[in-house]
Design a protein around this ligand. Structure first.
Ligand SMILES: CC(C)(COP(=O)(O)OP(=O)(O)OC[C@H]1O[C@@H](n2cnc3c(N)ncnc32)[C@H](O)[C@@H]1OP(=O)(O)O)[C@@H](O)C(=O)NCCC(=O)NCCS
Length: 175
């Protein structure tokens, strides 16, 4: 796909991320709050996450928001049964959104692969986690395509049932 540049976003992208989310989030993604987005945009050194953007000359085409939840109660490692000490090695793919004009071109997978290859500090994580509404076929397939697997199904965020995905990077993909 031509004309796309991947780069970690910084705090000055807050408005663009919120605008893309407002316009194109749809009913199946739990929208990210301004405070949690700001924290992720601050980057892994100052904040608790990373937001990877896919940019065109005209602006933001897609983003992947990643959070390091640490020992927080909502760390999905708790649902997975990780021991307390391993919670620090978990990350959440908290939001992934592609502009409607760019959907169906493999960007879900490319965002996660690009983040994994060059953006996420490898020493910060061993476990990837995500929650996805079962009816969100594109996102379910996108998560499976990067080696994640479903380990539970239960209500999350707004009370809707969600599939809980994990990938343990020390195990073979899908394990
Ligand atoms: C979910 C979303 C991020 C997918 O992005 P995308 O770049 O269009 O997805 P991809 O092109 O990488 O497709 C991923 C997989 O879903 C399939 N797919 C894509 N669109 C589909 C659709 N409308 N129906 C069924 N399958 C679809 C693709 O064929 C691909 O499957 P494969 O890996 O087996 O080939 C995008 O639809 C979106 O932004 N939705 C609104 C926000 C949202 O719901 N985010 C996810 C929850 S956080």
């Amino acid at each position: 796909m031509s004309g796309l540049r991947f780069a970690p976003l910084t705090s000055d992208a807050l408005g663009a991320v919120l605008e893309l989310q407002r316009e194109s989030c749809g009913p199946l993604m739990h929208p990210l709050g301004e405070a949690e987005l700001s924290d992720m945009l601050a980057g892994p050194a100052a904040g608790h996450g990373v937001v990877l953007g896919a940019l065109t000359d005209r602006g933001l085409a897609a983003f992947l928001a990643v959070q390091f939840p640490g020992r927080a109660a909502h760390n999905l490692g708790r649902d997975y049964g990780l021991p307390e000490g391993d919670l620090d090695r978990a990350l959440h793919f908290t939001g992934i959104l592609v502009h409607p004009d760019r959907r169906g071109q493999g960007l879900h997978r490319r965002l996660i692969e690009t983040a994994a290859q060059g953006v996420l500090p490898p020493d910060r994580h061993r476990y990837w986690f995500a929650t996805v509404r079962p009816e969100n076929t594109a996102s379910v397939r996108g998560m499976l395509s990067v080696g994640m697997r479903v380990f539970a199904r239960r209500p999350k965020h707004d009370g809707h049932d969600r599939l809980l995905f994990v990938r343990d990077l020390s195990a073979p993909a899908g394990g």
